[in-house]
Design a protein around this ligand. Structure first.
Ligand code: MN
Length: 292
């Protein structure tokens, strides 16, 4: 086993609004070197750093829109998000919860601040990831995994160093709550003061971390501050994170899906032809119906 080093540390890009409710820093596939291929299967990462929304009678968010060819994973760190979709499902993603939505062949949905959160106002902090699907699953049936905080397996680190929550994959024999189509590890490491944790992933897996709270040191040398993203090299397997003051860190690592990517807006397929098909199917109402 050898050390997996950081390739680059990225500060949060200028935020933009998705709809009127989600103020996000887009790390993937934004600027820098992070195109969809580089972190595949993590093909999009929007990070809503802590942001205060004043009370509002009308819940802010993003209206009805389609997705095809991948999964959306929403992690709420602060605040509360409500969603509705064309399969008739709806729900609330509360603090500590994760929603793993397989759009696959196509879904329409809308995402809003939860009603009571909206009325009271408050801090919102969330992550949305788009997880790519291999060609053979892109047109599979849409589905949901609504994962509440208490359903997420937790590994207690030694010496009261903190916990590792296993959203997907496996950490020290704790199995992830989410089922995935390809090998993916997605963890929340919650470090206490002077807490340390180490991780080991296959060298070829695309791996990165995002510091949600606090600041950390990686492999004893490299500092990664709050709201910063660190991309790892595809060499070496093991890395260690440590925090003097305590931290929350989202750790992601997954096996590359070595297929061509054709992406346009809310559709991520393998060919341009499939993108045209997605637009056509969407216009013909094949994604179902959802009231605004
Ligand atoms: Mn969406």
């Amino acid at each position: 086993m050898s050390i997996k080093n950081i390739e680059l540390v990225l500060s949060p890009p200028e935020p933009h609004f998705v709809g009127d409710g989600f103020r996000v820093h887009n790390f993937i596939p934004g600027g820098y070197r992070l195109d969809m291929e580089r972190m595949n299967p993590f093909i999009l990462l929007d990070y809503g750093a802590k942001f205060y929304f004043p009370p509002s009678d009308r819940p802010m968010g993003v209206g009805v829109h389609p997705h095809r060819g991948f999964e959306t994973v929403t992690i709420a760190y602060k605040g509360s998000v409500a969603h509705h979709d064309s399969t008739g499902q709806s729900g609330v993603i509360g603090e500590g919860d994760v929603q793993w939505m397989t759009a696959a062949s196509g879904i329409l949905h809308k995402e809003y601040h939860e009603k009571e959160f909206s009325r009271n106002g408050g801090e919102m902090q969330m992550v949305q990831l788009w997880m790519n699907l291999p060609a053979k699953y892109k047109m599979s049936q849409p589905k949901y995994q609504s994962i509440t905080s208490d359903q997420i397996g937790k590994f207690a680190l030694g010496n009261g160093a903190g916990t590792v929550e296993v959203i997907a994959g496996e950490y020290r024999n704790v199995q992830g709550a989410a089922s995935t189509f390809t090998p993916v590890n997605l963890f929340n490491a919650r470090l206490n003061k002077n807490g340390k944790a180490d991780f080991s992933f296959p060298a070829a897996f695309n791996s990165a971390l995002l510091v949600i709270e606090g600041k950390i040191t990686v492999n004893g040398t490299e500092e990664v501050p709050t709201d910063h993203f660190a991309l790892f090299q595809n060499e070496g397997e093991e890395f260690e994170i440590e925090s003097e003051e305590g931290a929350i860190v989202l750790i992601m690592s997954g096996q590359d899906i070595k297929e061509p990517i054709a992406a346009h807006g809310p559709f991520v397929m393998n060919t341009r032809q499939e993108i045209f098909q997605a637009f056509e199917d969407y216009q013909k109402g094949k994604f179902g119906y959802l009231k605004d």
